[in-house]
Write a protein that binds this ligand. Structure first.
Ligand SMILES: [Ca+2]
Length: 122
């Protein structure tokens, strides 16, 4: 079911299996993480999306050159927004299948967790 027809969040070329929202950068506006899938496990071809509202328009932060290396390229199963340290700073945690779990932080720096099923994605 497409619930975003005609909006900037519509993404007809990708298949979403999860979504989470949270204020990643503390500006009072929630960012939206869309977990996309194109394979059952391991490396995938299309990235997830991380939408942020900027000047009234949605921007996919993972499509920006400075963040492209941070995009999740592994088959995910779920995503949530979490304050890992209790400091009020949130990140998005992605549970992957066939690769490491990942956290996208406010600095958009990818943090790798020790918990993983297999290593096929970096
Ligand atoms: Ca924000």
């Amino acid at each position: 079911m497409n619930i975003a027809p005609g909006t900037p969040l519509e993404d007809p070329g990708r298949s979403a299996i999860g979504v989470a929202a949270g204020d990643l950068d503390g500006d009072g506006e929630e960012e939206i993480y869309v977990l996309n899938t194109d394979t059952f496990l391991g490396h995938k071809e299309l990235t997830d999306r991380l939408f942020s509202k900027s000047d009234g328009s949605w921007v996919d932060l993972f499509s920006l050159p400075m963040n492209m290396d941070e995009a999740n390229m592994c088959a995910g199963r779920s995503v949530c927004c979490v304050d890992r340290t209790g400091s009020g700073r949130y990140g998005f945690f992605v549970a992957n299948y066939g690769g490491m779990m990942k956290v996208t932080c406010a600095s958009y720096t990818l943090c790798l967790f020790l918990a993983f099923l297999q290593t096929c994605c970096v």
